[in-house]
Design a protein around this ligand. Structure first.
Ligand SMILES: Cc1cc2nc3c(=O)[nH]c(=O)nc-3n(C[C@H](O)[C@H](O)[C@H](O)COP(=O)(O)OP(=O)(O)OC[C@H]3O[C@@H](n4cnc5c(N)ncnc54)[C@H](O)[C@@H]3O)c2cc1C
Length: 390
């Protein structure tokens, strides 16, 4: 990982443009703008709207009570549900898969069918294989055409996972078990070819003007305190220079999923273990009776709302403007209402809205160009305020 130092960036920009062409950018102001050494090496993301290469939209499958993991009989078939992971599907996938497979095993069948091939379906299929089952995935879409492929790709195990007032103590314990197990699995997936999983550095910049994630009209559950002992906490750096638009920076390690290579890795693992995939669209649960497996695990994500007629799933819309990858500037950051993850497979720039309710009950998966430009412009302005040209 190569970081461009702030001083180097300023010097390069200054020599390219001529010092006098950078407003206020004299030797003296360069010294004055120097931050604490910890944030001086902020990698330079070229946040420009002409570097957007696509805009994607995804619906988080949110359930106020948390993911559904109960067992149901459909005729002579057993169905274990494993859907409704909100903004935490990648993060919780291994732990949720473990619980779902444990619930499927008492059926004592050599064959298990998995419905869905997103983050949850793929990990559940592999865990079922590890338990000795012969597994077939049935899914309408495969990566990269699943909603999971449109995620930011970072460790966010309690993002929009449940509602404070609705969750039960049993759910909280289950969430903690899922989060701890998933986190331990991710530590064993580092250093693989293509770096599907890796750590970067996160810079959480508290805007002097905005604190959008503070207001939460939905009342999402906040559970991170329960796993503080496994997550690196980092440093909180106060920024006294009021010419900068942020008053503090929380710098900490951040676990990243490079979703393109990670999905590819999961698919290969599944196929190498003899897994089979059948593409098909299910329209009603009764169609399972025509399939050979006696037990299924339902990992259809937001699709379960229509397939299982489950109105407890509320979509929470989220859009990403993708910038051309910059392998020399891998990092993540939040500033005001924008979240950025510079991954190997693309730079995520996400508008988070004016409060935590942004996107709640939003079903429109059409890209919004104005929203994409707004988010990239905020990050462009952030770098400019620090004296960088991008
Ligand atoms: C903007 C955004 C950013 C996010 N960032 C993160 C993040 O950083 N970290 C994180 O952990 N989570 C994140 N999430 C949440 C994460 O994307 C979801 O929790 C996750 O995608 C859910 O995965 P899934 O496998 O349940 O669903 P999906 O990926 O939607 O997969 C569902 C599968 O079921 C199939 N299917 C559905 N219906 C049918 C049917 N009727 N018949 C046959 N097949 C069917 C689909 O084809 C697909 O294969 C983010 C979400 C959004 C919107």
């Amino acid at each position: 990982m190569r970081f461009l130092s702030r001083r180097h960036a300023l010097t390069s920009a200054a020599s390219l443009l001529g010092l006098s062409s950078l407003p206020g950018c004299t030797d003296r102001s360069l010294r004055n703008l120097d931050l604490d050494a910890d944030v001086r090496s902020l990698p330079v993301i070229r946040a420009r709207t002409d570097r957007i290469d696509r805009i994607t939209v995804c619906l988080r499958p949110f359930r106020a009570a948390g993911p559904r993991l109960d067992v149901e009989q459909i005729g002579h078939k057993t169905v274990v549900h494993n859907y409704g992971h909100g903004g935490s599907g990648w993060s919780l996938s291994w732990g949720s898969a473990k619980l779902a497979v444990e619930r499927a095993l008492p059926v004592n069948s050599a064959k298990i069918g998995i419905l869905g091939c997103g983050a949850i379906g793929l990990t559940t299929a592999i865990v079922a294989q590890q338990a000795g089952a012969e597994v077939t995935i049935y899914a309408e879409s495969l990566p990269p055409f699943v909603r999971s492929a449109r995620a930011s790709g970072s460790w966010t195990p309690s993002s929009r996972i449940a509602q404070k007032d609705t969750m039960t103590p049993e759910f909280v314990n289950r969430w903690e078990a899922m989060a701890r197990y998933s986190f331990s699995c991710y530590q064993n997936l580092q250093g693989l070819p293509g770096n599907p999983i890796e750590w970067d550095t996160f810079y959480g910049m508290k805007s002097r003007e905005l604190d959008p994630l503070h207001a939460d009209p939905i009342g999402f559950a906040k559970l991170d305190d329960r796993i503080q002992d496994i997550e690196p906490q980092g440093n909180l750096i106060q920024v006294d220079d009021t010419r900068l638009p942020y008053s503090e920076v929380h710098k900490k390690p951040n676990l990243i999923f490079n979703v393109t290579s990670y999905s590819d890795y999961l698919l290969r693992q599944f196929l190498e273990r003899g897994g089979k995939i059948k593409t098909m669209t299910l329209h009603h649960p009764s169609e399972l009776t025509a399939l050979p497996e006696p037990v299924f695990i339902n990992c259809t994500g937001y699709g379960a709302r229509a397939l299982w007629n489950d109105s407890s799933i509320i979509p929470v819309r989220g859009q990403i403007a993708w910038l051309i990858p910059q392998p020399e500037a891998l990092c993540s950051m939040s500033f005001g209402n924008v979240y950025v993850v510079s991954r190997r497979d693309g730079i995520v720039v996400q508008w988070m809205g004016d409060d935590m309710g942004f996107g709640y009950n939003g079903t429109d998966e059409t890209p919004d160009l104005a929203e994409a430009h707004r988010s990239v412009s905020v990050i462009n302005g952030l770098y400019r305020s620090m004296g960088y040209t991008v």
